[in-house]
Design a protein around this ligand. Sequence first.
Ligand SMILES: [Zn+2]
Length: 338
Amino acid sequence: MQVGRYHRQEIFYPIGSEGQQKLKGARVCIIGIGALGASVANMLAQAGVGYLRLIDRDIVELTNLQRQVLFTEDDVKQQLPKAEAARMHISQMNSEIEIEAKIVDVNPYNIEKLITDVDVVVDGLDNLETRYLLNEACDKHGIRYVYGGVVGSGGMMMNVLPGETPCLECLLGPLPEEGSYDTCDTVGVISPITNIVASYEAAETMKLLLDSESVCRQAISMDAWDSYTEFFDVDKDPECPVCGKHQYTLLERRQKNYTASLCGHDAYQITPEDDGTFDYDGIVAALETEGEAKRNRFFTTFKNDEVDFKLFPDGRAIINGVKDGEAARQVFAKYIDR
Ligand SMILES: [Zn+2]
């Protein structure tokens, strides 16, 4: 008798063939398809999770290849968006599951729509502000959230189960000021720790999907260079604004054209209010008369003597070579929001 592709997982008794069927019917959203997210996506696809939504706003770059397992030099040459490159590579490994790639910036306007129809959301993010926003959205909608983060050679992981366990803000305290904490841009990151944290995230996601009694209710802290893994209890703070009082400050902060600097670039991203009225074709047609506009399946690059940017169909833009957010906003106002 020929055995199926999940045979080794089905004879692993905590999963079994019944568990395998549950994984097939499960839906998972992974936000951020960098080092953590790509590894998690790869493992969940191998495991046969039936639906994966991969969300990332960035394009594959050469410096990603040191730790982001799914991407190739060819993806860099082709300037593929990470979500799409990941979808393409994963579907070559498992064509039996459904994979949806979303090339968008996760923000207060779209986050609820992106996460409310899945069973578990997995964190592959590279910045704290979006993580805190995700923590709020998951608490609001009662969605299970697997937090993971890495920097340098260290990482953390914790399951956030709304109404049951402490949340991200109970673990890390209020959102720190931007620039006041270490990031992968300032102190770097090595590949072994991203894979360790991703492995814990993938295992916890599988256990959550199977309603396993083995779901971890502690936080895990680990370091691949200093060689340790620690498990510790986190107290649920009754005064926590998110899981205690259900106040959603970041989710309700909807400014027009808010600006965010990009991870490790001399570039700024502008995300306009997502009201579905952005006229992408019209703007690209106008840009074609004002400089060199190159449109591909995913975005348009525009260059003239004055500016250099990428424009996405949802109206988001990445403005290159500007000194600050104000300069980026001026470019956005002149060429896009007109
Ligand atoms: Zn909390």
